[in-house]
Design a protein around this ligand. Structure first.
Ligand SMILES: [Fe+2]
Length: 283
């Protein structure tokens, strides 16, 4: 099973702030094309929040059009830039989305189960997992204790050492950790929000954040103390389930022009005197 993850698509209306100089919609179109042409076809795609920039209906309608070419099922969850009601209004045919309340749900039918959490606090950049949301998670994880499971949500449950970004963090981390420690089937906690690939051990599992499809967070480690974005190459994450023995392996796949590979071994044997194909630049 292959789970593709993209994040923080920040779709804006035409001429909106994220359209004008970040070109988020063009970047999402490239990400969709990238997922569609992967040799290893993902079974599903999950987008870990900040789907649009202002939570407006018109933005969700544009997002819907941009996602339409995807050739595999897509699952949505809200980030701090999203609006629950507008999201579910435009994606009313996405039957997995609850009709009211928090946008939390499970995805079943594949070897790895997906449990999606809603960390949104309307109007605030930070996130929260309150007692109600954590109780829901506890109940879902108790349903299938033997099933390898991935938990997906927008805000990561850890600080990253960038004080400004950490100030928009997640409330309820201790409660989440307590739940996860009781359910060892959780292979990964997949998050967005940080616009960078980051990995950390968390509560007996592994938590990671996904790069964004457009703008990334500049890596200003301490003692730097600023918040900046940078147009580093966008990427998606590919979470490959290799069975109970192999576990879940996470790859980062850069989005952009496909660079031609130089084949060293073709599956039958080593390629003697391999020559770089056209467009291969060893710079
Ligand atoms: Fe974001």
């Amino acid at each position: 099973m292959l789970i593709a993850q993209i994040s923080d698509t920040h779709v804006s209306t035409p001429k909106g702030p994220d359209d004008d100089f970040l070109h988020t919609s063009e970047h999402l179109a490239r990400a969709v094309a990238h997922l569609n042409r992967l040799d290893a076809r993902p079974d599903l795609v999950v987008i870990t929040g900040d789907l649009v920039d202002r939570g407006e209906v018109a933005e969700y309608e544009r997002l819907r059009g941009l996602l339409a070419p995807l050739t595999m099922p897509v699952f949505l969850l809200p980030g701090n830039h999203d609006d629950r009601d507008n999201l579910r209004r435009v994606f009313v045919d996405h039957a997995y989305l609850p009709r009211d309340g928090f946008l939390q749900y499970t995805v079943d039918g594949w070897p790895v189960r997906l449990v999606v959490l809603d960390t949104n606090i309307p109007g605030e950049p930070g996130g929260r997992l309150c007692a109600e949301r954590l109780a829901w998670l506890e109940a879902r994880l108790a349903e299938e204790p033997q099933r390898p499971t991935v938990v997906a949500m927008h805000h990561p449950p850890f600080s990253i050492g960038l004080p400004l970004m950490d100030s928009f963090g997640l409330d309820g981390i201790d409660g989440l950790a307590a739940v996860l420690r009781r359910h060892s089937q959780v292979e990964r906690v997949l998050c967005g929000h940080l616009h960078r690939p980051i990995v950390r051990r968390f509560a007996g599992t592994v938590a990671c954040t996904c790069p964004a499809t457009a703008h990334q967070l500049a890596l200003d480690l301490p003692p730097a103390n600023r918040l900046a974005i940078v147009m580093e190459p966008p990427a998606c994450m590919l979470h490959l389930w290799l069975g109970d023995a192999g576990g879940l392996v996470t790859h980062v796949s850069l989005i952009g022009d496909k660079h031609p590979p130089l084949t060293l071994h073709d599956g039958q044997g080593w390629v003697r005197d391999a020559q770089p194909p056209p467009g291969f630049h060893a710079t």
